[in-house]
Write a protein that binds this ligand. Sequence first.
Ligand SMILES: Nc1ncnc2c1ncn2[C@@H]1O[C@H](COP(=O)(O)OP(=O)(O)OP(=O)(O)O)[C@@H](O)[C@H]1O
Ligand SMILES: [Mg+2]
Length: 270
Amino acid sequence: MIEIRGLTKRYGEFEALKGIDLDVAPGEFLVVLGPSGAGKSTLLRCINRLTEPTQGDIRIDGQLVKPQGADLRALRRQVAMIFQHYNVVPRLSVLKNVLTGRLGSMPGPASWLQVFPRRDIGIARECLRRVELEDKAELRTDTLSGGQKQRVGIARALAQQPKIILADEPVASLDPKTSRTVLNYLKQASRELGITVVCNLHQIEYAREFGERIVGVSGGRIVFEGGPGALSDEVLHRIYPGLDQGEGRISPAADAAAPPPLQSFALEEA
Ligand SMILES: Nc1ncnc2c1ncn2[C@@H]1O[C@H](COP(=O)(O)OP(=O)(O)OP(=O)(O)O)[C@@H](O)[C@H]1O
Ligand SMILES: [Mg+2]
């Protein structure tokens, strides 16, 4: 579904991605694991062309992605995004937020006026049902908890009926219990609908629990590729150079490159 060859991205002199080759199979739930600054977001942003690669080719469903025009619009319809900070519109209802996932498929005038055909409303409600928020459809989105907002983010991505969902640290702002709930909804939707998911995470525990396959990124390179069972101490050390062997602890000198410990996560609303 996604074929990446020789992808590099430079910001001025700085090389954020240093020649990435990666294939993602249809329907796969791939976790990209790596420390802060590894290049995880840059990789996702290159896939849907929010960032223009410096070099390399990306094919989506066999099609070489070109940077402009109709091609780019077609790409954006096929590839949905889920963000760390949800990117919901607070004053709009939950249902309207999910309906914005339909805008790319609607004819111009209807989308400008935000007049949603009955069919689209049906699709949006069905997506809300998948994340068990159908009873919140009419509420303003700013009345929801963080975990619920991210479930709206998932429903909006599903409403786009994409082939691919790119999720950039979707649970980085959530407590562990809520994080697992949200990742479960995402994984279940991917499995039931056959959507290919690439999910950036920096938490090793979640990568182990949810990744069907894991790609470890460090310093702009892929340093590991394998199943969750293959995430040995040696591999983790390769991905997180400051990690103490066996302990799963981070040495102080490596804090900048290390994943934050789970207990340091801010709890979103009680
Ligand atoms: N627009 C930009 N201009 C300059 N440098 C950038 C830009 N975006 C990213 N970088 C640099 O590229 C590197 C990779 O950044 P990226 O955001 O992809 O990392 P990440 O793995 O997503 O990190 P995090 O876990 O903190 O989100 C970092 O060193 C970052 O500072
Ligand atoms: Mg990032």
